[in-house]
Design a protein around this ligand. Structure first.
Ligand code: PHE
Length: 447
């Protein structure tokens, strides 16, 4: 191993980290959650969660990563030698591989739809046809797998080129593109007749819908959306330089991620209401309702093509970050070169994605705890592993690591005047662990 890889520029640091955070979760899950769970009231709670939970835990991961400048397992070995804290690193790797398993399959779907959009196959159909085609597609054996493997290969091309030439360069090109497409869509959507009804559904605050369960969902969404708890940000921040202002970076990433989530709602709901459709959940919204809407617009190929390009870009920068956690570990720990480490991970994920994809169709009878393998991967990683690992990370930084280390990292060894340090450290030490325990208990319906 030569010298530790580094991101080259400030823009690169923000673009890669925002690239990890902005994903499929922002574009369809957030708007729907907000719309159904109190609109503007949900949004306020979500923003509070990002402030008191998201930014502090992100800072905690940054402290661990930049201080140790190594992968997410070795980081804990360096900072707490002789202890067992490095199991947090393994937890993160396990969670990221499980998430990759099903995220890769959905990413494959976005490629299929991008292809269909560009070949004009998403025009001239009825809503029922869109639904029937989508169901047939995701349940079939071969075609979704083909796209998943293509998507995996694109990941390989980026990851094998390394931190600067692969990950950073990709993010520097794709993230600005993503923002431009988002803005174009916003303008288009707000110009539709009747868009105000959609905006009202999304943003009108309805505090009567706010229950403890909804608050917990908002917290969970903040956690997932900011890519916390998986060691991604530990790994990425190990590529930061000594001048990177950690609190500022965390705040910028959190603001941009939240902005994308809000913009996605501003795009989707006016369109759904303007065309008199139902705001349905999850994959159906993206793969059935939206193609149906674009189909009714003039120059529909352009709109559906742009939209699926947006989704593909969002998914790609997230999957690359998920991969990098394990790749960095293999490079360091098993002394593999980058290409080999990427290939090993590619094989592991290809296998898991194949099982996940088949579990929607031919293998849907195979159940783990009553769920398909696809749903089980999601449940086990997002509901169980993420909160556990996030909880351990905040306890580690708040209670095990010396407070002075956190101060040094967050103030760049006292070079920055950082009035927020005490507040952020308080959140890491007390608030975050308590909130995460609540999320965890709710996952098991204990509260
Ligand atoms: N943060 C991404 C999103 O909002 C998803 C993701 C989760 C990416 C976990 C990496 C790790 O979709």
């Amino acid at each position: 191993m030569g010298e530790r890889a580094k991101f080259a520029t400030k823009l690169g640091i923000i673009a890669t980290t925002v690239g990890s955070a902005v994903g499929l979760g922002n574009i369809w899950r957030f708007p729907y959650e907000a719309g159904m769970n109190g609109g503007g009231a949900f949004l306020i709670i979500y923003i509070l969660c990002v402030l008191v939970l998201g930014i502090p835990v992100m800072c905690a991961e940054f402290i661990i990563g930049r201080r140790s400048k190594t992968d997410t397992v070795d980081a804990y070995r360096k900072l707490a030698p002789g202890s067992r804290w490095h199991y947090i690193g393994y937890l993160g790797i396990l969670a990221s591989v499980l998430i990759l398993g099903y995220y890769m399959v959905i990413s494959g779907w976005t490629l299929e739809y991008l292809f269909r959009a560009l070949t004009g196959d998403l025009t001239g159909k009825t809503a029922a046809e869109f639904k029937a085609e989508q169901t047939a597609f995701i349940q079939s054996d071969f075609r979704p797998l083909l796209w998943t493997y293509i998507f995996l290969f694109i990941n390989y091309l980026i990851l094998s080129r390394g931190v600067q030439k692969g990950i950073e360069k990709m993010s520097n090109i794709l993230m600005p593109l993503l923002f431009v497409i988002l803005i174009v869509f916003c303008v288009r959507s707000l110009m539709l007749p009747g868009s105000d009804k959609g905006l009202a559904f999304f943003l009108h605050p309805d505090f009567s819908k706010i229950t403890p369960q909804v608050i917990i969902r908002a917290m969970g969404q903040a956690f997932f959306s900011l890519s916390l708890g998986m060691g991604i940000l530990v790994t990425y921040s190990s590529y930061f330089n000594t001048k990177t202002h950690l609190i500022k970076t965390a705040s910028t990433v959190a603001i941009l991620d939240t902005t994308v989530a809000i913009l996605a709602g501003v795009i989707i709901f006016p369109a759904v209401f303007s065309y008199g459709l139902d705001p349905v959940a999850g994959p159906d919204l993206v793969f059935v309702t939206l193609p149906n809407i674009f189909n009714q617009m003039p120059i529909s190929m352009l709109w559906s093509g742009l939209f699926f390009l947006l989704l593909t870009v969002a998914a790609l920068t997230s999957t690359v970050s998920l991969f990098e956690v394990a790749v960095a570990f293999l490079i360091n720990y098993m002394h593999m070169n980058r290409k080999k480490a990427t290939r090993v991970m590619l094989l592991v994920v290809a296998l898991l994605s194949t099982i996940c994809s088949l579990s929607i169709g031919s293998w849907s009878h195979v159940r783990l705890f009553g769920k398909t393998i696809f749903d089980a991967c999601d449940y086990f990683s997002a509901i169980i592993l993420l909160p556990v690992s996030g909880l351990l990370i905040s306890i580690f930084v708040g209670w095990v690591l010396k407070r002075n280390i956190s101060r040094e990292e967050l103030t760049n060894r006292n070079k920055l005047h950082e009035p927020l340090f005490s507040a952020i450290f308080f959140c890491i030490k007390y608030i975050a662990p308590i909130i995460i325990i609540l999320i965890f208990l709710s996952g098991f319906n204990i509260i």
